[in-house]
Write a protein that binds this ligand. Sequence first.
Ligand code: CS2
Ligand code: MN
Length: 393
Amino acid sequence: MYLMNQTMRWYGPNDPVSLSDIRQAGCQGVVSALHHIPNGEIWTLDEIQKRKKIIENEGLEWNVVESLPVHEAIKTQTEGFQIYIDNYKISLQNLAHAGIKVITYNFMPILDWTRTNLSYSFEDGSKALHFDTAEIVAFDMFILKRPNAGNDYTEDEIIRGQNIFDTYSDEQKLQLQNNIIAGLPGSEESFTLKEFQKALDNYQNIDIQKLQKHLIHFLNAITPLCDDLNLLLALHPDDPPYPIFGLPRIVSTATQIQVLFDSVPNKSNGICLCTGSLGVRLDNNIGKMIEQFANRINFLHLRNIRSSQYNNFTESNHLEGNINMYDIVERVFHIMQKQQRSIPMRPDHGHQMLDDLKKKINPGYSAIGRLRGLAELRGLEYGISNNWKKDNI
Ligand code: CS2
Ligand code: MN
């Protein structure tokens, strides 16, 4: 019987959550990255092996990299992008040599995942991550003052954004700015207002079609090598799954993802199915996506969100929210039996709760909240697998 390979993300030796914590949560492995190496530089075999040893010394495995970041020059195809692709290939070679199997990356312009509030009070007293479109408008139009930003919003959104800007103190405005562009855990970049506007300017002539072409070019360059090395790629979807700040988004829907597989059918070309990212769009049918991309799911991020009015959303408990987690885990379970493989999974994020409320944590990456999420997912899979065993063994 094949079960999900249970993991948590570990940010390396500086992570306030230790490897021993992760092991006690019941994980078999960790998902890690060499965040100290600047984006675009080669991950040497030596550095990879050093990290691997630290993980294995604690009795855990390092099977999944998240993320091997894609340099902005590759996304915009500007100066030096060929060199960055060559460097990426060398890092892939080194990772394969060290025995790593799954490589997660994303192709979101400039910002990785985006939230406006990192300590939104949940009804039970825990803290969650939250996204409020009016706060995005307040930042975009009135703090950043992006030229022509007004064209991207409805009249109603602009009124709500203005209202937020008028009522927030200077401190709240700075906090909002930091939440959005100072870099969430795992994102390789952090921006001041000026730097952010400069980065946005690089996308002036890049629309959806062009960005898609750049991703396909990148995939054509790296997938033959990954096929040879038996590496599996896991492209993380856009979070949130629609354009923000006028930037193009190309990994938000089943149609967009299908284009990537039709264009680059190589066997290493795959996705990280993140239910919390894709599930923000109510027109995304995640169950259907799992069936459609069954052969291409190389990594799972299982978490839930609850959307409210105006496309706003909050990260909810794993078994409550837009996503029917029972349906998701059941489908994944059957796919794994059929294909005779285990798929690595992480609970992605968790609430800040219990003792962690007194601690400084990486937003979304507390020990206890993720432990709760993982325990719930594990229980769900345990039930589904035992039920299946009754009829099959
Ligand atoms: C985010 C991202 O999905 C998430 O949890 O934390 O950092 C994500 O891991 C990256 O976009 C993947 O490349
Ligand atoms: Mn995710």
